[in-house]
Write a new protein. Structure first.
Length: 685
């Protein structure tokens, strides 16, 4: 399912968009590419990222088209082919202005722009609207393009819609290419309206503390500020009075979309309202309580806005506090760590937001340890109570660590902001896998310095496998201890293969990097690496000398980590590496899946433990499988780097979703012993 959309920006509605230019273009931005489930805006101070976020937040009608530039290119090519197929115009050729077509569309939404009996019309209609009534989705896009003044895109699209095709058997090659283009369009083309009635905004100015003033009576009484002073400040500074959800501000507002600003100062009142709200609101609050209880207290909790009815009527509110009840004990919210309070502010609004809401957050990293930042990102990415709500996030940040985490995620887009020589703001979209820009921004394994222990692996693939194994292990065993938290209890460091020799693990080599300067407790995992026995023996020796701080482990009899995956795991993932043309049809896909499972059962994986995994894949002889391994069919080797990473991500994602469990992974005894050692290493801190 495609999560990315190119969204249309309206500078007429929000003039501030005129101050922004998309990298590679020389005009004001009108389309923001690759808008994703989570969108992170980065840049130095005064680079325009927070201003852009607030401008986006105020746009009333936000719509997107998947692969907009791709669609434009394909339609131009389609138009060229149509010309080769000898075009017959079916509409009045005097209609050259967008408004002419627009009026026609408005007059008759069901108009047929091709002869209904035309073979070409069926091809084209099926491609552009596989999930919609014929043409309606395309009409909507054209309407948006016209209303926003995108004539340059409009003409290339409408040119094709105005065309009727007479199929000429003399051009079979062109017709075949037209069919191929339309098949591609059916996979890529879709539209999305970000049309919830409310946006949520969590500004930089926020706290979970209620504010009190000393009213200077002999008894030193305190009175709580009932007004949200932070909210008042945000409204003034960012001109949000006409947008904010508040009767005082919205009495004359005609805007269809409003903004709920949550600074945390009203958390007490929000909790009172949630506990006494609708059934749906109470359910969201219950989900929020379960999250806080599991992550911070390893027990069920109750979050209560402490309230005394009699005191309230006597205008005494100095005892109004937020309490967290854990079993028989109770703690005030303001007695908890600043990090927990900061995360409560962030996660409360997200849990309480209605479905399909857009969440805008300015600097979520405030008061958050890197481990808490990971917890925040993991929750909005993987928490099932949140993902089912179909939320969209826009986050402005300075956090290198938060960026570091995005390398692992597929549903995140990054936008880098800077100023150009004309004092305009330049936006550069960073596509998945573009690690160069992340390095420019200073992203590194910063969490290694702050976590209680570190696990050193060769690369991101090994990292993903170990995360999947550990997650499944903890879920299956339900230990009394809480599940170890990444970047708090442990952190991964990717040493990139042979670069491991540059680290000193025995405090003897002045020309090498002191490994213990990065973290004082290290678990190293390497592949078997035949021919490198001296390296293995030396690391084992260092581990024996530093038994409290260093553990060394290899895959032993297994050539590489992929060899540790059980046959059940391969049955679950191999279908994802077959040719897409063979897996589009569900019936064909089911037949292929049965074939894969049958061939795996006939080829015992244990016979290939000491071989590169490519040899096992060749032996399976699955015709539909892409060539995913290095080397030739006669001498296959490891997976190609892009497939190596993809495989590990699929395994991790299926573990997070519960499709792969400890039952699947534990079929391999080495996986059991390895994960138990890692788990013991982490918790014995």
């Amino acid at each position: 399912m495609n999560n990315k959309y190119d969204i249309f920006l309206d500078s007429k509605e929000q003039p501030d968009f005129k101050n922004y230019i998309l990298f590679g273009e020389d005009k004001e931005i009108d389309v923001l590419p690759n808008f994703n489930t989570i969108n992170i805006l980065v840049g130095s101070n005064n680079s325009g990222k927070s201003r852009f976020m607030r401008t986006l937040m105020k746009q009333q009608n936000l719509q997107g088209l998947s692969e907009f530039k791709y669609l434009e290119r394909k339609l131009k090519r389609f138009n060229y082919i149509i010309n080769e197929l000898k075009i017959n115009w079916i509409l009045n050729q005097n209609m050259h202005h967008p408004n002419d077509i627009y009026s026609l569309i408005r007059a008759n939404q069901n108009i047929s722009l091709f002869p209904l009996n035309s073979e070409a019309s069926q091809i084209f209609y099926q491609s552009i609207s596989p999930n919609f009534d014929v043409n309606k989705s395309m009409f909507k896009v054209i309407n948006k393009i016209i209303s926003n003044g995108y004539e340059q895109y409009y003409y290339s699209i409408v040119e094709n819609l105005r065309i009727g095709i007479t199929i000429n058997e003399a051009f079979p090659a062109q017709l075949e290419e037209a069919n191929e283009i339309n098949e591609e369009l059916s996979s890529f083309f879709s539209t999305k309206d970000f049309d919830s009635n409310i946006n949520y905004f969590i500004p930089t100015l926020r706290t979970a503390h209620s504010l009190f003033e000393n009213i200077m009576t002999p008894s030193k009484s305190y009175k709580k500020y009932q007004k949200d002073l932070f909210l008042e400040t945000v409204l003034k500074n960012y001109e949000l009075e006409d947008f904010v959800v508040d009767e005082k501000y919205n009495s004359n507002s005609k805007l269809t979309k409003k903004i709920f600003v949550f600074t945390g100062l009203q958390l007490y009142n929000e909790i009172v309202n949630a506990r006494n709200g609708t059934k749906e609101e109470r359910k969201r609050f219950d989900d929020f309580e379960k999250f806080i209880g599991k992550q911070f207290f390893n027990a069920p909790i109750d979050i209560v806005a402490k309230f005394n009815y009699n005191q309230k009527h006597e205008n005494k509110d100095d005892k109004e506090t937020i309490n967290i009840h854990i079993g028989e004990s109770s703690r005030n919210l303001h007695d908890l760590g600043d990090g927990i309070q900061a995360l409560i502010i962030l996660m409360y609004s997200i849990f309480m937001a209605p479905n399909d809401t857009m969440i805008f957050i300015d600097e979520p990293e405030l008061n958050l340890h890197p481990g808490m930042q990971r917890l925040f990102l993991d929750q909005i990415t993987n928490n099932k109570d949140l993902t089912k709500k179909n939320l969209t996030y826009v986050i402005a940040t300075h956090s290198n660590h938060l960026l570091d985490l995005t390398i692992e995620k597929d549903n995140i887009s990054i936008y880098s902001f800077s100023k150009n020589e004309n004092s305009k703001f330049l936006i550069k979209n960073v596509n998945a896998g573009d690690n160069e820009l992340l390095r420019e921004l200073g992203v590194n394994n910063s969490s290694v310095f702050l976590a209680n222990s570190s696990i050193w692996v060769e690369g991101i693939s090994d990292r993903n496998y170990l995360k999947a194994f550990l997650l499944a292990y903890c879920e299956a065993h339900k230990r009394d201890e809480p599940t170890p938290k990444e970047d708090i209890d442990f952190a991964f460091l990717e040493y990139a293969g042979s670069n491991l020799v540059h680290y000193d693990f025995n405090n003897e080599d002045e020309n090498s990097i002191n490994a213990y300067a990065l973290n004082n407790r290290i678990f190293i995992l390497t592949d078997k690496d035949e021919g490198k026995e001296d390296k293995h023996n030396q690391l084992r020796k260092f581990a024996e000398l530093n038994e409290n701080n260093l553990v060394y482990e290899t895959t032993e009899d297994y050539r590489e980590v992929e060899n540790l995956l059980s046959e059940d795991v391969w049955k679950a993932v191999l279908i994802d590496f077959c040719k897409k043309t063979k897996t589009r049809n569900s019936e064909v896909k089911d037949v292929l899946q049965n074939e894969i499972e049958g061939k795996i059962e006939k080829r015992p994986l244990k016979n290939f433990d000491k071989d590169y995994i490519g040899k096992y894949l060749v032996a399976l002889n699955i015709e539909e499988l892409n060539k995913v391994y290095e080397g030739s069919k006669s001498t296959p080797k490891s997976l190609k780097s892009e497939y190596k990473t993809l495989l590990s991500k699929i395994v991790l994602d299926k573990s997070i979703n519960g499709e792969l469990t400890w039952e699947h992974f534990s079929k391999n005894e080495k996986v059991i012993s390895l994960v138990e050692k890692i788990y013991s290493f982490i918790i014995n801190k």
